[in-house]
Design a protein around this ligand. Structure first.
Ligand code: HPA
Ligand code: ZN
Length: 325
């Protein structure tokens, strides 16, 4: 049997964590006070109680308003630093961190403050023993025009970004809505991933578009791919990475999709386990792995495979991968 110590101890990469999803109640209250914002909650318990949701839509309804406490460059720095300390405790050696600039620029926060704060933390994280890089996500419930505007705001900071993603509300927001901006990002040499959340409307069609029309290297979540054997074969042949998040799944669908995660893993697909929004789901990466391991009787070799996959599908230059695997 796999112990928590074994899971915590194994060196790992985390590839699916939203920096805005690492906002713990303590920091939320601290930033609200610092920035003079009345968030309507005064204690950690009150903040926790506001973290209530049972679907992707209701989760996002709590998640985005919480971000108003993030105002200054330093706030973004503190948020990312808090995560990197947790990453160190989980023996995460390498992390790729999603962030949602539009959730901040739409409130009047300068793009520069968001990226400079996060990037400064990523650099300081190296002293903790955690290498990390930023993945900029577009909000899929905003327009492609807004995504293009955001992409152009990012370009002067292009060397601070390792890839581009797509997140937020999936309903009526298929990958192909963003075909132009992702084609441009690919041409400019950025790595590409996209959320295809669990059990969303048209999930398998979104997965098909992401793989065959956009040409993503990874899919975030994506276990619905099992509905189409041909796409499973395609993903296997092309080494497509899957960044699965069992505890997040259990919040938005009441099913951690452990059976599906393991089926894909045992079929030889590049499956990984990640935390998604750890402050909201109260589960960091080792907790996610442990919940999956205990509920589905994983063996040590499964945990080792998950950790190995995490470095394999990470956007680390091939020659540097040897340091980790
Ligand atoms: N799906 C979509 N948007 C998100 C998620 C997610 O899992 N987490 C944070 N934003
Ligand atoms: Zn996510």
């Amino acid at each position: 049997n796999v112990t928590k110590e074994f899971i915590v101890g194994i060196p790992k990469a985390e590839l699916h964590v939203h920096l805005e999803g690492t906002l713990e109640p303590e920091l939320k209250l601290e930033l609200a006070k610092k920035n003079g914002i009345d968030i309507g909650q005064k204690t950690i318990e009150e903040v926790r109680q506001s973290y209530e949701f049972d679907s992707l839509t209701s989760f996002l309804g709590v998640y985005y308003p919480a971000m108003e406490v993030l105002q200054k460059e330093e706030d973004f720095y503190l948020l990312a630093m808090d995560y990197l300390k947790k990453a160190k405790d989980n023996n995460v050696k390498y992390a790729e961190l999603f962030f949602d600039p539009q959730a901040h620029t739409s409130r009047g926060v300068p793009f520069a403050d968001v990226i400079n704060g996060y990037y400064r933390a990523a650099k300081d994280g190296v002293a903790l023993g955690v290498e990390s890089h930023l993945i900029m996500c577009f909000l899929r419930d905003m327009s492609q025009e807004s995504a293009i505007e955001t992409y152009e705001q990012m370009l002067p900071y292009g060397d601070k970004i390792i890839g581009i993603g797509l997140d937020s509300d999936e309903r009526k927001n298929p990958p192909k809505k963003f075909a132009d901006v992702f084609a441009r990002a690919k041409e400019d040499g950025f790595n590409i991933t996209m959320h295809c959340d669990i059990d969303q409307e048209n999930s398998i069609e979104h997965i098909r578009q992401a793989l065959l029309e956009i040409g993503v290297q990874r899919i975030d979540h994506g276990t619905n791919i099992l509905e189409d054997a041909k796409l499973v074969e395609y993903a296997k042949e092309n080494g497509i990475g899957f960044t699965c998040c069992p505890v997040s799944n259990s919040f938005v669908t009441e099913d951690m999709k452990g059976k599906e995660i393991l089926e894909l893993l045992h079929k030889g697909l590049k499956v990984t386990v990640n935390s998604d929004d750890p402050a909201y789901f109260q589960s960091y990466i080792s907790d996610d792995m442990y919940v999956l391991a205990t509920k589905y009787n994983l063996e040590k070799k499964d945990i080792i495979q998950l950790a190995k996959n995490s470095f394999e599908i990470a956007w680390i230059p091939a020659e540097k991968k040897n340091e980790y695997i």
